[in-house]
Design a protein around this ligand. Structure first.
Ligand code: NAP
Ligand code: ZN
Length: 396
């Protein structure tokens, strides 16, 4: 049938790919690798990596720790693309103490000359005795190369400590490498009776302040956040992470009509940049006005979620948050532009037979066609509930 394309999942597909590539170094997900100390050090790597949240694309989030005689003697993380990798900062901080040390890093050290020399060579030159790796490089063409190079040089290597947490942190990066598209996350907030706004379109606020705080954090971790023209006209959102010194995603508006308000919070670009994506020739006056306000306008031949994700991939993005209404959300799901769902559910009832719902028409007629989420987690956030899961890889 293939009404839907195959939707990929970063976390789920990666172990398979890697196993095919280098089965001997891949522990199964259920199997625990390393001792309590190794786990603690890998968690420290993830903590360090998170300091650059939202700033490293197209590169991954990486943290590294150098340990000598059970003591941390150097730490580092990759701050952004073009700057040195985590291992370089950690080795620099350790200095001579790196000799004979154990280095922890959440992603396999690189083994190629990119913008910076390979970290595998840096680790060998520093004389480290052991390297503990969280996860193998997701690129099937290079994965395992850094580990092999280290072993060849006589460095002991342990792979797979906290592998699930490592994959989770870099799920956007992994998706980008494997599928040549950013990871699409659809986030919405709805009432207990499944409405995202009232019949008149009023939607501030469906959820409680803690849930809205979580959304702000989520934005900080994403490269872009997308809404459609209607959401701009009705809600006039800011779409920022609302925190001093924290990363703001690129705010993207998809609009075919381009009959957008002349004044909107999104046109204030001093705090965060805004990109309006439209179709060739749409409303030149509006385009001019937006550009005068510092908004970037790009005309695409055809404005579809797939074309938008392709454009955002070309800009080097790893993760994209869809914060649109139901019409655009349905179109994004149908085109395979969404892999992950985050649904906030507030214990409120608003009613309204024409009040908008989170996902518009998908063309399904029977319950057997429903998209059954996988790896589902339920969590209470303040007075609301958050349901998190991944769309199925194969739609039957
Ligand atoms: N509670 C929540 O989580 C939440 C989140 C977002 C929105 N909302 C509510 O949702 C309502 C708006 O819903 P909506 O579905 O109209 O949302 P939307 O986010 O405005 O998306 C629809 C708009 O996207 C644009 N678009 C561009 N390319 C498209 C494509 N290929 N397919 C579909 N749309 C495309 C069109 O803009 P143009 O008309 O400008 O061409 C279209 O009107 C508002 O009442 C808002 O309050 C609620
Ligand atoms: Zn490197």
């Amino acid at each position: 049938m293939d009404k839907f394309p195959v939707v990929a999942q970063a976390g789920a597909s990666q172990p398979n790919n890697i196993q095919q590539h280098e089965p001997s170094t891949q522990p199964s997900v259920a199997q625990r690798v390393g001792n309590d100390f190794d786990v603690r050090m890998m968690q420290r790597c993830l903590e360090l990596a998170r300091r650059a949240l939202g700033r490293t694309s197209p590169n991954p989030l990486v943290g590294a720790v150098v340990v000598q005689n059970g003591e941390i003697v150097g730490e580092g993380f990759h701050p952004r693309a073009g700057e040195p990798h985590a291992e370089v900062f950690a080795l620099r901080a350790a200095g001579e103490l790196a000799r004979g040390a154990t280095v922890y890093v959440n992603l396999e050290p690189c083994n190629h000359y990119g913008r910076t020399p390979p970290c595998s060579e840096g680790l060998i030159a520093a004389g480290v005795a052991k390297v503990v790796v969280g996860m193998v490089d997701p690129n099937p063409l290079v994965g395992g190369g850094g580990i092999a190079r280290l072993r060849e040089a006589g460095v002991e290597v342990l792979v797979g400590v906290e592998v699930e947490a490592c994959q989770q942190l870099n799920e956007g990066f992994v998706h980008r490498i494997l599928h040549k598209r950013p990871l699409g996350i659809l986030k919405y907030a709805m009432t207990l009776d499944g409405k995202i706004a009232t019949t008149s379109g009023h939607s501030a606020w469906v959820t409680n302040p803690s849930a809205r705080g979580e959304v702000h954090q989520l934005r900080a971790a994403c490269d872009a956040v997308i809404v459609g023209g209607n959401t701009v006209r009705r809600d006039n959102p800011y779409l920022t992470s609302h925190q001093e010194g924290v990363h703001n995603p690129l705010r993207v508006v998809m609009s075919r009509q381009l009959d957008l308000p002349t004044n909107a919070h999104l046109w204030q670009t001093s705090e965060a940049p805004t990109l309006v994506l439209t179709e060739v020739g749409a409303n030149p006056d509006c385009q001019k006005l937006l550009q005068q306000k510092g908004v970037e306008v790009v005309e695409l031949a055809s404005l579809t979620p797939e074309a938008v994700m392709s454009h955002l991939y070309d800009r080097g993005f790893c993760s994209v948050l869809w914060e649109c209404g139901g019409t655009l959300a349905a179109s994004a799901i149908a085109q395979g532009a969404v892999q992950k769902i985050l649904a906030f559910i507030a214990p409120k009832i608003i009613g309204g037979s024409h009040a908008p719902t989170p996902v518009g028409d998908l063309g399904f007629n029977t319950m057997t066609e429903a998209l059954l989420l996988e790896r589902v987690l339920w969590r209470v956030v303040g007075s609301d509930c958050l349901v998190e899961g991944y769309l199925p890889q194969k739609h039957q």
